[in-house]
Design a binder for this molecule. Structure first.
Ligand code: GLV
Length: 387
């Protein structure tokens, strides 16, 4: 067994074990991938202040996100088709999150259904919703999330249309994969993935197939998105969903202070500063650069979370010290899942936790719920002086 010391180690194993089309699906941004890259590289521009001779005993990474206790403020982000990265991937990730004590967010576009994940876990998870044209289907999906006792609804606002990711087009991405000569050659080298996939029946979009009108299979995510995701989504529709959901509502995909104010006005409990992992509008600001102006606009009215580019505990610490109350990782745990199933997700969480805890200590702090910008060295003009 290789010695795994960081998330990058998991990524390398993941790359070897998972079919290319699903690896590429995860590891891409849209168009030139500028925003995808800068989500991570902008974290590296922020430096940490080393402090010494501070008592480091009794550290805590426990906190709260939307009023719920978390072992560390790092939730698992919704990731479409997770069950293609590893057989029953959503169940495996949800179980790892539950044991670790962090929220798991199930994507609308998951392979395992809401009911599958509810049956396999004992603590509530969060559910991510895409707004689709079929309002009855959406109402039923929300009801299914309520029936499953989901403890927060994460409504994604930045995907009325799907951004173009070149690799997915070139690979002919489909769920389950179409057997072309190219995919057969690639799958032949991924025997472990294939063997496990043959043991499960869950190989379709479990929340959709058999639930949405006339949908008995969806092979092509972009075609489905093109036809079904509601391009008319506006703040009025968001307001209606707010009325349909009594629990915590988290609005995901906010990258602009004006939109953050709208989200706060509508009564969101939290927002996620996000550019969808650089998968939608290429050329948009990285999440960490967008964070300061959003905090300034609404930080006292709504809980501000962030995703995008987080691959290290240091990134988590930087986001929290900037003022975010919660963070999400997507790719970082998918690497673990594809590499080693549930154990890999646990490993990813342990790595992030250890890095967060040690970095915090070396910055002279003992409590993640109590961080501030004092521990950071942020380059002048970091959030940009854009005209
Ligand atoms: C869907 O959420 C995607 O980014 O592919």
């Amino acid at each position: 067994m290789p010695i795994i010391t960081c998330i990058e180690d998991l990524r390398r194993i993941y790359e070897r074990r998972v079919p290319r089309m699903f690896y590429d699906y995860c590891e891409s941004g849209s168009w030139t991938e500028q925003t995808f890259r800068e989500n991570s590289s902008d974290f590296d521009l922020i430096r940490l202040r080393q402090r010494v001779a501070v008592n480091m005993e009794g550290r805590s990474s426990a906190s709260q996100m939307v009023g719920q206790d978390v072992a560390m403020p790092v939730a698992l982000a919704p990731v479409g088709s997770t069950g293609m990265q590893h057989a029953d991937g959503e169940i495996k990730a949800a179980r790892a999150a539950e044991k670790f004590g962090v929220p798991y967010t199930l994507s609308s576009m998951s392979i395992c259904s809401i009911e599958d994940v509810a049956a396999a876990t004992s603590r509530p998870f969060w559910f991510q919703l895409y707004v689709m044209r079929d309002e009855d289907f959406i109402a039923r999906l929300i009801q299914r999330a309520k029936d499953a006792q989901c403890s927060a609804l994460v409504l994604t606002l930045d995907l009325q249309i799907l951004g173009q990711r070149h690799k997915d087009l070139k690979n002919g991405l489909s769920v389950p994969p179409k057997l072309t000569p190219g995919t057969i050659v690639n799958l032949a080298t991924k025997w472990r993935w294939g063997f496990e996939m043959l043991q499960t029946q869950r190989r379709q979009f479990g929340n959709i197939v058999g639930h949405a009108k006339d949908v008995t299979s969806i092979n092509d995510l972009s075609l489905w998105a093109h036809n079904q995701f509601d391009p008319r989504l506006d703040w009025e529709k968001v307001r209606k969903i707010r009325e349909q959901w009594d629990g915590p509502l988290i609005l995901k995909g906010i990258l602009d202070a004006e939109d953050a104010k709208m989200a706060a006005d509508i009564g969101a409990d939290a927002i996620v500063v996000s550019n969808h992992g650089g998968r939608q509008l290429d050329g948009a600001l990285s999440s960490i650069r967008a964070l300061p102006s959003i905090l300034e606009a609404v930080g006292d009215r709504v809980e501000v979370h962030i995703d995008g580019g987080i691959r290290k505990g240091q990134d988590v610490l930087k986001a929290l010290a900037m003022g975010a109350k919660g963070t999400y990782v997507g790719r970082a745990y998918i690497y673990g899942l594809g590499a080693m199933g549930e154990k890999g997700v646990t490993t990813a969480l342990e790595l992030l936790h250890r890095e967060l805890d040690m970095t915090m200590a070396l910055c002279g702090r003992r409590n993640v719920a109590n961080l501030d910008r004092e521990i950071l060295l942020v380059p002048k003009g970091f959030d940009g002086e854009w005209e």
